[in-house]
Every structure is written in C-alpha cells, then in structure tokens.
Design a protein around this ligand. Sequence first.
Ligand code: A3P
Length: 322
Amino acid sequence: AENLLTIFISAMEDIFNSLPQKSSCWLKGKGIMYKYQGFWNIKDFLEGAILAQQIFKAQPSDVLVSSCPKTGTTWLKALVFAIVTRDKFDESTSPLLTSVPHECIPFLEKDLEQIQDNHKNSGIPLIATHLAYTSLPKSLIAANCKIVYIYRNVKDVIVSHYHFRRQIQKLSMEDAPFEEFFYDFCQGISCCGPYWDHILGYWKASQERPERILFLKYEDMKRDARNDVKMLAEFIGYPFTIEEEKAGTIENIIKLCSFENLSNLEVNKSGKHRPEEPISIENRIYFRKAKDGDWENYFTEEMKEKVDKLTHEQLRGTGLVL
Ligand code: A3P
C-alpha cells in the first residue's frame, strides 16, 4: 500500500509540474494557482478534485450544490441543508445554529471520506463543490444526480472575492490593491475562474438536462426567496406539503438562513472553518454585506466598461444577464 501511495503522490507531482501556474496577486511567489482542465485553482482543492475524479462513486440520491466562490454559496448551502433536514431538526435544533453552513455539507474537493461515510450510513445526501461542470467526476453525471447551481452579478462577485481574499491574507486595502485583483479576475485568473466559463458550463448542461440542473441567480433569490426556495425544494425531491406551506415552513427556513440571522450567530461571529488547517478561515469572513451593487463603490468607469464588454462577448447568445 505504501508503494501505491508513493506512486500516487509522484503521479500527482507530475501532473502539477505540467500545469500552467500563476502566483496570486499581492502574494509574490505564494498562493500559487494552477490551471487544470481550463480552470484556475489552488493545489489543495485540485488534489482533492483529481482524487475525486478517480475514485468517487456517486449515488443517484446525491444532490450537488455547486457554485463559483462568492456567488452565494453559503446561503445556498444553508437553504438546501435546511430543506433536506427539516424533518430531523426544527428552528431551535438545526446544526445551522451552531456550525457555519460550509460545515453542514461536505465539500467534494476536501471531504471525500465523509461523503463516502454518508453513503454507507445513509446520511444526509448532500455534496458541495466549486468544480467546473466539465471537471465533475463522471460518476455524478452517470448517476444522474440533481445539481443546483448559483451565480451572481459578476461585478459584485469581483468585489466580494476581493475582500474575501484580502481578509484571509489579513491584508489592508492599501497592501492589497483592488486593481490588481480586478485585472487578474478579468483575465480569468481567480479561484475557479474564468468566472464566465464556469457559468457557461453549467448553463449549457442545464439546457441539455433541465430536469437535472437547476440554475439559480443570487439577485433573483433575494428578490423572491419564497418562490426560489419552493422551486429548489421541489427540484431536489423534497417538496413542501400544503400543510407545511400553511404552517409557514418556507418562511421559517428563509428566516433561519437569512444573512441577518446567520451573520449574528455566535458561531459565525467568532468561530473558524476547518480550524485544524494551516489556512483556517474565520467564519465571519463569509458574511460581509450581502448587498446588491456594492461594486459601485470600487469600480472606475473604465472597469465597468471592461467587465460589461467582456460579459457581453462571453455570454452572447445565452440570454444570461450578469
Ligand atoms: P458580499 O461579499 O457581497 O457581502 P459565498 O457564500 O459564495 O462565499 O459568497 C459570499 C457572499 O454571500 C458575500 O457577499 C456574503 O456576504 C453573502 N452571503 C453570505 N451569507 C448570506 C446569506 N445568508 N444570504 C445572502 N447573502 C449571503
């Protein structure tokens, strides 16, 4: 077994040495990202992704929660978890009250063992990922798993991602110029970028298999959460009964998962995500403003024009508006 492990590790090293690399802006020589199958990612997530591509066996009941970072992942995870576990927990016992939503759903790129254990023990059938559609383990597609995908206005994603990266690295805005982050992002160089390609991959798949892939937009969900939560529950096979609707179950889930509620919980104010890891992330960094249009406070007119032009070119013919 040790031999196999050595072979595996050296095969991984060969893969990484052959990939295009780029050091993250502001971090000269550190925070290396690799371009694998058309998308940039950090080594830690890519190792897990490659392993999952090799060995992960999906079950048809698995539901995949997918997104590019900073598009509303935390919110979508909370909602899906609350919908699926509503018979197990109520508003006073939900794990969402004591754990950041990221710890309620195992992450394909990091938590393969936990996912396999869930399969064995008929646990909660939820899996999260940031992988591009074309990089998903084939088994997820072959098993016809349901996939829910969220995307968000690109300009707000850029600002949200900028602050996230900056805060993880504990850098001030002066030490982490927005411009540098902005121009890398536009070139597709951001974690799981190019953002436009990430969206396009899932969009195309949702056109081909609309009964398997639900495409959600952060801004729409904010405007009419009730409609989207109802649709989400139906889509993943956990529809609300008439009695539940009358009893206000949908409203309770929306309230539980709201930014106001989650961001004020002690665990999300002072807790840490993956505290045992070298870069553990303070939960509060996942909850910033949750406002639409914050980009206006950061973009110059030239930046706005650049992104609008790029978006127009990239998403031409899809009808998608970012
Ligand atoms: P801002 O940085 O614009 O505030 P992700 O969850 O994909 O990392 O995205 C993070 C963004 O979602 C952040 O946006 C964060 O504030 C916002 N967010 C986190 N929890 C939310 C919730 N429950 N409802 C709405 N938005 C939320």
